[in-house]
Design a protein around this ligand. Structure first.
Ligand code: SAM
Length: 215
């Protein structure tokens, strides 16, 4: 694991809470089909951005996936991910890094998996451009995210609660229009599903890296 020395005894509370939720929350169990669907499409050399505690690990398909390079800026999350590595049927390497500065060469990966991450990335556009850079031309972005509500009232309520969600839920901006950012970053959307939810809609996206984007 390529991780700066973490405090293994006393985890920052968000990582510990997320790990606890991952094993017990019914909401997280509801996410499992989405994890299976999204992660199950990954192929070749795979990048997972914002790996968290490694909840996607069991869903990588051996034979289809050669290896996974998984990154997260939070060393405490990576300690939990390290414990969950044994649930994977494919080789996984963990590295401490953020989406905005991926420590990989241009055009390295066949596919990239991102689940529930871009709500908390500091600079989402920069992060998506970095994913473009390290994907091979024709490479696939597989993503699901909770996004900005469609209804004006619900979106305004999301906006009002962002100061709370960023503080309590690991910098979560639950009012972000991530689909727009994926498109603006230059990805070509090849499949899109929107799951209804008044305050918590979710997008499931498959997109292709169509051209080289420098810097
Ligand atoms: C809600 S958790 C999701 C974790 C995992 N992807 C999942 O589906 O369970 C959000 C994750 O994004 C990570 N994250 C936050 N900022 C990031 C950034 N700039 N680049 C990459 N990951 C980031 C957090 O550390 C956290 O592990």
């Amino acid at each position: 694991m390529n991780v700066a020395p973490p405090s293994q005894e006393k985890f920052p509370s968000h990582a510990a809470f997320y790990n606890w939720l991952g094993s017990r929350s019914p909401f997280f169990r509801l996410m499992e089909p989405l994890r299976r669907e999204t992660t199950g499409q990954a192929y070749g050399l795979v990048l997972e951005v914002g790996v968290g505690t490694g909840l996607n690990f069991p869903f990588y398909v051996p034979g289809q996936v050669e290896r996974v390079e998984a990154v997260d800026p939070d060393s405490a999350m990576l300690v939990y991910a390290g414990r969950n590595q044994e649930k994977a049927l494919v080789p996984i390497t963990l590295t401490q890094a953020s989406a905005e500065a991926l420590p990989f060469a241009d055009q390295t990966f066949d596919s990239a998996v991102v689940t529930l991450v871009f709500c908390s990335v500091t600079d989402p556009m920069r992060g998506l451009q970095e994913i473009q850079r390290v994907l091979k031309p024709g490479g696939t972005l597989l993503l699901f995210e909770h996004v900005r509500a469609h209804g004006a009232m619900a979106a305004r309520l999301q906006d009002a609660l962002v100061p709370l969600t960023t503080r309590l839920c690991g910098n979560c901006h639950w009012n972000r229009d991530t689909l727009q950012t994926v498109k603006a970053a230059g990805f070509h959307i090849t499949r899109l599903r929107e799951l209804a939810g008044v305050m918590h809609p979710i997008i499931v996206v498959q997109a292709t890296r169509v051209y080289f984007q420098s810097g």
